[in-house]
Design a protein around this ligand. Structure first.
Ligand SMILES: [Zn+2]
Length: 81
């Protein structure tokens, strides 16, 4: 009886955690169109090609940027507010 109750609670908790993780992954995931369009693109700031996904260039530029611009331009801009 007690054992069954414990398992019931555990299952519920696991489901809730899973939902939180799925919601979090949803915010990270790109649509299929975005993936095709953005992978291995050109940096929207310095126009050099970047590998893989690049970085979000907001608020410096719309679109994505390379690792270098992300660290030297986008991050400082974000810290400025
Ligand atoms: Zn760049």
């Amino acid at each position: 009886m007690i054992k069954g109750k414990k398992i019931g609670i555990k299952k519920k908790e696991t489901k809730a955690k899973k939902e939180v993780i799925m919601k979090y992954l949803d915010t990270l995931s790109l649509s299929e169109e975005e993936m095709k369009a953005e992978k291995n693109g050109d940096c929207s700031i310095c126009e050099e090609p970047y590998d893989s996904w690049g970085h979000n260039a907001d608020p410096v530029s719309k679109g994505r940027c390379c690792e270098h611009c992300n660290v030297t331009i986008v991050w400082p801009k974000r810290l400025e507010g």
